[in-house]
Design a protein around this ligand. Structure first.
Ligand SMILES: C[S@@+](CC[C@H](N)C(=O)[O-])C[C@H]1O[C@@H](n2cnc3c(N)ncnc32)[C@H](O)[C@@H]1O
Length: 363
């Protein structure tokens, strides 16, 4: 087993890494492109299937999913020319929750197919068949032994649920005034978050090991944290400020404190060691590569991007907040959140860590 732990710095990347198809995610995808490409070529050369079955899990509705698939098709075409093998056909499954705007992806398909035709080699254009698969990746999505390659970027840090351990036996929050792990949270809050991630990621690995062929690969990227400290500013700032924005709304009498206390984020950023430990104890996969990439933000851009960051977090949190608190607080809440983010990001940059793990299914 070769496990690499390399930390690379990338300063001044634009949007927040929680955003749907944000610039930082695009940048991180670009930074790990060589790893994804190496993995798929290695898989193809070792198996040479007639059809490659690929899934992107948590694809969202932006352009990142199709650009990753386009890149895979392009480099495999080049590789097949180089080694005089026939180009495989590609069956591509784009997965996200049923509420995802799949239609935005589907309307982009004609342009995607046209581009493949234009870039096709003398051997002809590649055959790529794309389908949407709505459903949670915390449940089965595909038949047994049906996939060769799974890609998932910036989705696995979203937990299947808010950890039940955040509430006492009467259903009261043990993390009052906060929405995620914070410096003032009891230790049991950190433990509850880790336990939920451990349970979810273990379950995810078990499900995917059923769906992948023997020797099949996964390239998984997720938000992570650098050290043991769960309360490092880089790890918690966005959620601390969201809790502060909620506190402003409570002080205006717009919403009850008790209701805010019962709202928590179903998110966890693991360390490399935690990911490695879970993969090893689950036992279905070998780790080919494990790496953390630090994505910085320079403060001169922060003034411009504070509000944009608020908007991108709003895109993910709004349906949940609306469901719990109603329509009325959404605009003032995110207005205040944008102001707080601008102030804080102007003081000091936030460096997010992207974890990338490449897994090979054991027989
Ligand atoms: C920040 S977006 C990432 C989009 C894209 N993969 C990228 O790298 O730009 C996270 C996506 O994960 C999806 N997601 C979260 N939990 C999921 C689950 N349990 N099953 C499927 N998709 C999920 C969300 O709906 C969202 O579209």
């Amino acid at each position: 087993m070769s496990v690499e732990r390399v930390f690379r710095m990338k300063e001044g990347v634009g949007e927040t890494s929680y955003a749907k198809n944000s610039l930082a995610q695009k940048e991180a995808l670009h930074m790990v492109k060589h790893i994804t490409i190496h993995t798929i070529i290695d898989l193809y050369v070792s198996k040479t299937p007639q059809t490659l079955h690929i899934a992107d899990l948590g694809c969202s509705s932006g352009s990142n999913a199709l650009s990753v698939i386009g890149e895979i098709v392009k480099v495999l075409g080049e590789k097949c020319c180089e080694i005089s093998k026939p180009m495989p056909e590609f069956q591509v499954f784009l997965n996200d929750l049923p509420t995802n705007d799949f239609n935005s992806l589907f309307v982009a398909l004609p342009d995607f197919y046209n581009k493949l035709v234009k870039e096709g080699s003398s051997e002809g254009s590649p055959s790529v068949f794309v389908a949407g698969v709505p459903g949670s990746f915390y449940g089965r999505l595909f038949p047994s032994n049906s996939l060769d390659f799974i890609h998932s970027s910036f989705s696995l840090h979203w937990l299947s649920q808010v950890p039940p351990g955040l509430f006492d036996k009467d259903g009261k929050s043990i993390n009052k005034g906060k929405m995620y792990i914070s410096k003032t949270s009891p230790k049991s809050v950190t433990e509850a978050y880790f336990m939920q991630f451990q349970e979810d990621f273990t379950h995810f690995l078990k499900l995917r090991s059923k769906e992948l062929i023997s020797g099949g690969r996964m390239v998984l990227m997720m938000q992570g944290r650098k050290g043991r400290d769960q309360t490092d500013r880089n790890n918690i700032l966005y959620w601390e400020l969201l809790a502060e924005a909620f506190a402003s709304i409570v002080s205006l009498g717009e919403v009850e404190q008790e209701l805010v206390d019962s709202y928590d984020i179903h998110f966890y950023s693991p360390s490399l060691e935690e990911v490695e430990g879970i993969v090893q104890s689950e036992g279905s996969f070998e780790i080919d590569h494990l790496e953390g990439i630090e994505i910085g933000r320079n403060s001169s851009k922060a003034i411009k991007t504070g509000r944009a960051t608020a908007m991108t977090i709003r895109a993910i949190q709004e349906p949940l907040i609306r469901h719990k608190f109603g329509d009325g607080i959404i605009d003032p809440l995110f207005e205040r959140y944008g102001e707080l983010l601008e102030e804080e990001l102007a003081k000091e940059e936030v460096k997010s860590l992207c974890l990338i793990v490449v897994l090979r299914k054991l027989t």
